[in-house]
Design a protein around this ligand. Sequence first.
Ligand code: NAP
Length: 248
Amino acid sequence: MFELTGKTAIITGGSRGIGKEIALKFADLGANIAFLHYGDGENAEQTQKELEAKGVKTKAYECNVADFDAATKLVDEIIEEFGEVHILVNNAGIVRDTLVLSMKESDFDAVIAVNLKGVFNMTKAVYKHFMKKRRGRIINMSSIVGLTGNAGQVNYSSAKAGIIGMTKSVAKELGSRNVTVNAIAPGFIRTEMTDGMPEKAREATLAAIPMKRAGEVADIANLAAFLASDEASYITGEVIRVDGGLAM
Ligand code: NAP
């Protein structure tokens, strides 16, 4: 089994859903956790309590990943507080789904700002630190719709496809510094995000999954733990689907 003892991970969107499960899994493996949320204090408080119960150092930070200056300042603060950062998981994401016909400019801009620029902001914030230390792990949460496209998700799928380009580019920039950069492309995973889907769309998606079930947050957290571990030290620039075969 992998272990992350003595490592510190920054996880964006760690208050609930996939990010929370990644935080819990990393803590189980011994990592200290600094997680970001934006606007939901109650979930963050609960998550922090659950992480503390695992005996690791943990702190919740309220920060909008889309805000370049705030993200930069916060990462400096986390490095100061935790001493060193070893892993960055860019997981925060939002949806504003609708067809292009009815998509407002603000729907497009908001999704790109959080889901794509947020990944750039956080990556740039840890970049020098990882370069200097000559090691690091960056794990970016893409989506299978970044590979396949999806009607009603032009903003979201563009951001998720952009994350794949960013993952490969940063992997090429930082490979010689022993920093790996990989993307996870989840399919249909049960979280608040997918709970908000219309019933018809949910049924159609489930029917199209070869494994005939939705994924669980643990399915994503298990892969994130592997990618963060020493055992994955020669994997970089990769995009791994976790989707029950949906996008093959
Ligand atoms: P979720 O349950 O909606 O959780 C989203 C998380 O992101 C929350 O912790 C939220 O914090 C945080 N967040 C949102 N906007 C933020 C911002 N501007 N700055 C910082 N944090 C922000 O989502 P999820 O289903 O767990 O999805 C996690 C990631 O996986 C996303 O990138 C999503 O696109 C991707 N994904 C999910 C699925 C799926 O089926 N669920 C499939 C493919 C990809 P607050 O609680 O404070 O709002």
